[in-house]
Design a protein around this ligand. Sequence first.
Ligand code: GAL
Length: 376
Amino acid sequence: MKLRTILLLSFLGWKSLVVFGNNEIKSGEIWKDDTGVHINAHGGGVLFHNGRYYWFGEYKSEDTSAALRGVTCYVSDDLVNWTNQGIALAVTDEQGSDIERGCTIERPKVVYNSKTQKFVMWFHLELKGRGYAAARAAVAISDRVEGPYTYLHSGRVNAGQLPANMNREERERMDKLQPDAYKEWWTPTWTQAVKDGLFVKRDLEDGQMARDMTVFVDDDKHAYHIYSSEDNLTLHIAELTDDYMAHTGKYVRLMPAGHNEAPAIFKKDGTYWMITSGCTGWDPNEARMFSAKSIWGPWMQHTNPCRGDNHRLTFGGQSTYILKVEGKPNAFIFMADIWRPKHPIDARYIWLPIDFEKDVPVITWREAWNPATYWK
Ligand code: GAL
């Protein structure tokens, strides 16, 4: 805070912060950290630990979304004022390293494992110079929440494993699919083949693709990795091992050929709610919402939860995470990114409270709101 502001506040009283709006979330605006710089934590997620919120995200540069620094971390007590903790996971200059500077690191999410007492970071990794071809899930760990994180490994997911929600008949149908027979994409027969597992079969040996992702820790401490697989056409929900550092091999497919990205999930009163986007790259599209009584499904689709200005384009953003506000029952914040592909560092954030209409989540556009007073 500048000296002038401090003097003004001591004159007017600290309550005047309310008037100046320092305790409000203003989606789409510049969000300055403690050093006065716009927060650089895109495609992020938030971990609540020891009474504080830790926000992890992609560091973006002036003219590239490639990872030139790594994953950033910010800490806050009130979800409005954020202190920059620096780089939690740094890229390296070692040539050929998976996380060589210039690779692509997207949508990092950190969870805490109480058994191992390690912080585990998962992210979507693309190798330097290879566009989006690698489609890998990557993991890094640390003993301290803010890092530094040590990179462990990356790869495709669940090699050799068939989805748990495919019955015998469906497996036989998939077995019969001939990849060469579907040279032309986006035809009705191709869509049906994707639904039937065309790409699951293609990637069975080397592992399934994993791009846009989140990680969810359930009440029973089981963790799940949820990611866009099968050329972004189908979401997979995959169980993580007890230490959260690998996959167990159990996974289900969600909305085959439904083209969902940017998964964000929360649980309320025993129901899992997932909000996703369609696939239009950096451009916004209409949010989708699903619910299930078990993480393994069946999942049911609902209508777009967004209301108000620009609700058909998710207010100009794309989902990234749903944050549970601690100490308040049923208080959740929908987090999204407004991408700026020509000037990536200038990408903005949308954080809006989730309301419930007859128990169904609704997200209404608000210019400004105060997370300290929003929930009674
Ligand atoms: C989006 C995706 C982002 C990023 C981008 C690249 O659809 O959600 O995380 O991968 O495409 O174009």
